[in-house]
Design a protein around this ligand. Structure first.
Ligand code: ASP
Ligand code: MG
Length: 413
């Protein structure tokens, strides 16, 4: 029998009863003879609670200390599951990020895994232990504790699956798969059976929260099959796999939205070479993820430049842009937090024409104003007013005929 890496999310381990439930599920897999590594999140809400504590102390907590603090959520769930497994008579051991050999760079709060020293985990697997690993955390070369960004336990799981050459990585969560859009906004949304890495990667980076973007990058790069399933309800889930021939049949496979972005505009930028480089270098050095960029060709000597960033990083980006604006003698920097982004994704866009045109027509018919546009081979994305997002999602989902199945049955939580 092979090796499986399973990950259980925050709601799956949200209280003691649920942890016992996870232990029972894990025990069943173990009984089938699989080697098992189980990666856990913190109890749902725990990481937010810890972040709040930090901000009760100071408005600008040191990121090193923040990581030290927020990594503790996972330290609570892993020994509890190990104990639950032991009380079922199984051999189990809990390991921190460090004890699992997960090394990262030093970019606190969004560190990247650089290396996995897998010997310790392998030793326990060899001795037939169920290895319970704290998700979301690692250490840098100087033994500082780091975290992998919100939702980072997914990445721990996929990276471990790759490092250990597991047969597959199973992500257990509170929904029974990846949907054509958020069922809370569109009750007719359908579970997708199989989706390509590329589409899932776009969906994750465009705001679908079911998998952390980096976990999909890992899976895609190393062709690790990932399945997203519900902890609370048996079912086939959604497989994230290599592209298959019939995936291109439909032009659009999902509608994704993101209400957690902000738009920053540098006003009155001198129109000359080297200016954009100065602006974006400032932001890149702080590792802030810029999403969309718009610059108009100027008719005067001045132009405006707008970009979008995750709202959580808008304050930091604003400061950097203000000092860059000063340096390049731009007039001012404006921030707009009332934006939202809607996107359609599908590998079928490669072979279907007129998809973007249809997107824009649907928005036009609904009188929704498009403020920024960005496209790739397999996506079209627009920035609109935040208040229009839900309506846009419903219109796109219906307009591209993504519904059809039974409305989703409510989950156990
Ligand atoms: N506990 C972390 C978070 O809430 C990591 C995770 O759950 O994947 O973001
Ligand atoms: Mg998650």
């Amino acid at each position: 029998m092979g090796l499986i890496v399973q990950k259980y999310g925050g709601t799956s381990v949200g209280d003691v009863e649920r942890i016992k439930n996870v232990a029972k599920k894990v025990a069943q897999y173990k009984a089938q003879g699989h080697g098992l590594v189980v990666v856990l999140s913190a109890m749902s809400g725990k990481t937010d609670e810890l972040i709040k504590l930090a901000y009760q102390i100071t408005d600008e907590p040191s990121e090193r200390e923040l990581d030290m603090l927020i990594s503790t959520g996972e330290r609570i769930t892993i020994p509890l599951l190990a104990m639950a497994l032991q009380s079922l008579g199984l051999k189990a051991v809990s390991l921190t990020g460090r004890q699992s050999g997960i090394f990262t760079d030093s970019m606190y709060t969004k560190a990247r895994i650089t290396k996995i020293a897998k010997e310790n985990v392998q030793k326990y697997l060899h001795d037939d232990y169920i290895v319970v690993v704290a998700g979301f955390q690692g250490v840098d070369e100087s033994s500082n504790v780091t975290t992998l960004g919100r939702g980072g336990s997914d990445t721990t799981a996929v990276a471990l699956a790759v490092a250990l050459s597991a047969d597959k990585c199973e992500i257990y969560t509170d929904v029974d798969g990846v949907y054509t859009t958020d069922p809370n906004v569109v009750p007719q949304a359908r579970r997708i059976e199989r989706i390509s890495y590329e589409e899932m990667l776009e969906m994750a980076s465009l705001g679908a929260k079911v998998l952390q973007t980096r976990s999909v990058e890992f899976a895609a790069k190393y062709r690790m099959p990932v399945v997203v399933k519900s902890t609370f309800k048996d079912g086939p889930g959604t497989w994230v796999v290599e592209e298959e021939a019939d995936m291109e049949k439909v032009a659009v496979s999902s509608v994704v939205y993101d209400k957690n972005q902000a738009k920053l505009t540098v006003v009155g930028v001198p129109d000359k070479p080297g200016i954009a480089a100065k602006i974006f270098n400032a932001i890149a050095r702080a590792e802030i993820n810029v999403d969309m960029i718009i610059q108009n060709v100027s008719v005067t000597a001045l132009t405006d430049l707008s970009l979008t960033v995750p709202r959580a990083e808008a304050g930091k980006a604003m400061k950097l842009l203000e000092s860059a604006a000063n340096e390049i003698e731009a007039k001012s920097v404006m921030i707009d937090e009332e934006i939202g982004k809607v996107s359609i994704v599908g590998v079928g866009m490669r072979s279907h024409t007129g998809v973007a045109a249809k997107f824009f027509s649907l928005m036009a018919d609904a009188n929704i104003n498009i403020e920024m546009i960005s496209t790739s081979e397999i996506k079209v994305s627009c920035v609109i007013r935040k208040g229009d997002v839900d309506r846009a999602v419903r219109i796109l989902h219906a307009g591209f005929h993504l519904g059809g199945g039974e409305p989703r049955v409510e989950q156990a939580h």
